[in-house]
Design a protein around this ligand. Structure first.
Ligand code: GN1
Ligand code: CA
Length: 287
């Protein structure tokens, strides 16, 4: 049998290099190791994929939670925005109401102050009218009608519109016709009584030099020496500021005015000037 006819397995070379030969073994081991490594890698990858899947599903869960929270927040935001709008409208309405209440309050305060002022004026008028009434009651039968009594003297104030203004002499004549004479002021009390009564009688008249009343006081003989009708020299005068000024050098008769300050109410005027007048007459005391 030739070499070529011998069976392979009988060839020592092949027996040595057969499936259990060293190179095959090495290859097998390598393949095994490789397989094991691949297996480990695959298992590792599987674990990682699982983990990723887990995280993905956790994330999905979170995402859906967040989405639902976001939707809830959006709806809350919407309702809060609406509430805010409602509150803003309410605030505007309240502000308007407060403004109108404030203006009402201001009007009421003004009204209250006006009423208080009116009330004070009315109280003052009432006081004066009461004192006049007392005068008139006391006067009963002792003075002529329309005359006022004070301390045993009757006074006549020519306030009526039916009595036109007259010169000093013509005014005096009106008094003498009634057996009286022009006013002579002997005391501070009498001065206050005259100005109070003038104010009460001519309450609504605005102040003007035309609103004076002749008194029985002149300085016709000696300029600056004022004498009452009874001949006594005037010592205590109740002149307005700057009076008597003998304006234009022709003012020799004195008149009393319803001024605010009762202690400053006299002025010297030309005797021919037309003014109202005041008469006085002592009542007859029973003898
Ligand atoms: C008046 O009108 P007039 O100012 O010239 C008044 C005078 C006063 C003066 C005070 C007729 O003069 O007696 O002193 O105001 N004349 C008359 O300003 O009453
Ligand atoms: Ca004067």
């Amino acid at each position: 049998m030739s070499m070529d006819e011998r069976p392979l397995y009988s060839d020592a070379r092949f027996i040595r290099d057969g499936p259990f030969s060293r190179p095959y073994r090495l290859a097998s081991i390598s393949l095994g190791i490789l397989s094991a490594v691949f297996l480990i890698i695959i298992i590792g990858l599987g674990v990682q994929v699982n983990k990723v899947n887990d995280s993905h599903s956790t994330l999905s869960l979170n995402s859906s939670k967040i989405s639902s929270q976001l939707a809830q927040l959006k709806s809350e935001h919407k309702s809060l925005t609406e509430s805010k709008k409602v509150l803003e409208n309410q605030h505007q309405e309240d502000a308007k109401r407060i403004k109108s209440l404030q203006s009402d309050l201001n009007t009421q305060t003004r009204l209250k102050n006006d009423l208080q002022t009116q009330n004070r004026a009315l109280q003052e008028e009432k006081r004066k009218l009461k004192s006049q009434l007392t005068n008139m009651e006391d006067n009963c039968g002792q003075c002529l009608p329309n005359w006022v009594l004070m301390n045993s003297t009757c006074y006549f104030f020519a306030v009526s519109d039916t009595l036109p203004r007259k010169s000093w002499s013509a005014g005096r004549l009106e008094c003498t016709k009634k057996e009286a004479d022009l006013l002579v002021i002997n005391s501070k009390e009498e001065q206050e009584f005259i100005t109070d009564t003038l104010k009460a009688l001519r309450y609504n008249l605005p102040f003007s030099y035309r609103n004076g009343f002749w008194m029985g006081l002149k300085d016709e003989h000696t300029e600056g020496v004022w004498k009452w009708l009874n001949g006594t020299i005037m010592t205590e005068g109740y002149w307005m500021d700057g009076e008597p000024n003998d304006d234009m050098g022709i003012e020799d008769c004195a008149a009393v005015y319803p001024t605010i300050n009762p202690m400053q109410s006299w002025n010297d005027v030309p005797c021919s000037h037309p003014l109202k007048w005041i008469c006085e007459k002592e009542i007859m005391k029973p003898s």
